[in-house]
Ligand binder design. Sequence first.
Ligand code: NAD
Length: 301
Amino acid sequence: MSDPHTTPVAFIGLGNMGLPMALNLMKAGHPVRGFDLSETARALAATQGLPLAGSAHEAVEGAAVVISMLPASRHVEALYLGPAGLLGRLPAGTLLIDCSTIAPASSRLLAEAAVAQGLDCLDAPVSGGTAGAAAGTLTFMAGGDAATLDQATPLLQRMGANVFHCGGAGAGQATKLCNNMLLAVLMIGTSEALALGQSLGLDATVLSEVMRRSSGGNWVLEKYNPVPGVMDAAPASRGYSGGFGSALMLKDLGLAMEAAVASGSATPLGAAARQLYAMHCQAGQGGLDFSSVLGLISGQD
Ligand code: NAD
């Protein structure tokens, strides 16, 4: 990357996270061209003024950096690998930054294939939710070469407040899986406490504030209360729309459980959380934000 402030960027995947991230790069002065398979996502991006390409291949023409923000491993592998994948068409020296949350093994596969083509590659999943993406305060958990991350850091700082180097290829994903397993457990535990409180006749706002300032305080109570109306900016207060889908949380818990099996780790609460999110998704709620698991806990699914 010659000038990190004006590097042309291709941004693939303009969903709940990708669009606000791409917009922050654009606002910081980068020439950005975006692409999403979904017409709805493209239409929303167009209303926000983001320049769009007609395909992923068109988006990466002339780009020094390709950023992807896709749902799961299979989407990332389909985009980059295989005969029709992007890898074979990118000039040597192009930097790939995959911000999707996917299996660490898929990130390693991508990194090996990229390096074999003379490309640089980082896995850089994020934490901070859609609010963090919009505010440019995401936390990046990066895996890959330290010098490559140094080069990418000015760009990542346009979209985030914290950039961590977690280790080699796949280490960003491994870190993200640990974080999201903890987040799921916190969401379920907090929902359970709030549902119990409401059934005891307590006011959810008062109970939330007491727990937030007491030994039960956690990120869910700080930023993401699952009870509608308690926190105006939380997805719960807009019908659990936007945010982080329950189906995506179920995917992350599945990845965490695969990793636990592979490493022989005991993750009893993570396993219970995966089952609860599987039940919630089976009940047809996979498209709702993950805080809607409160409905399962309180018997409303
Ligand atoms: P999303 O479903 O809102 O967006 C994903 C977008 O990718 C969709 O618009 C889809 O059409 C597009 N897409 C899929 N395959 C494509 C392809 N081959 N080419 C172009 N576009 C393609 O998901 P999201 O909430 O933005 O999450 C994206 C990733 O970030 C996921 O891995 C998720 O686990 C992770 N994540 C999400 C949050 C959150 O709060 N939403 C927070 C941290 C991490």
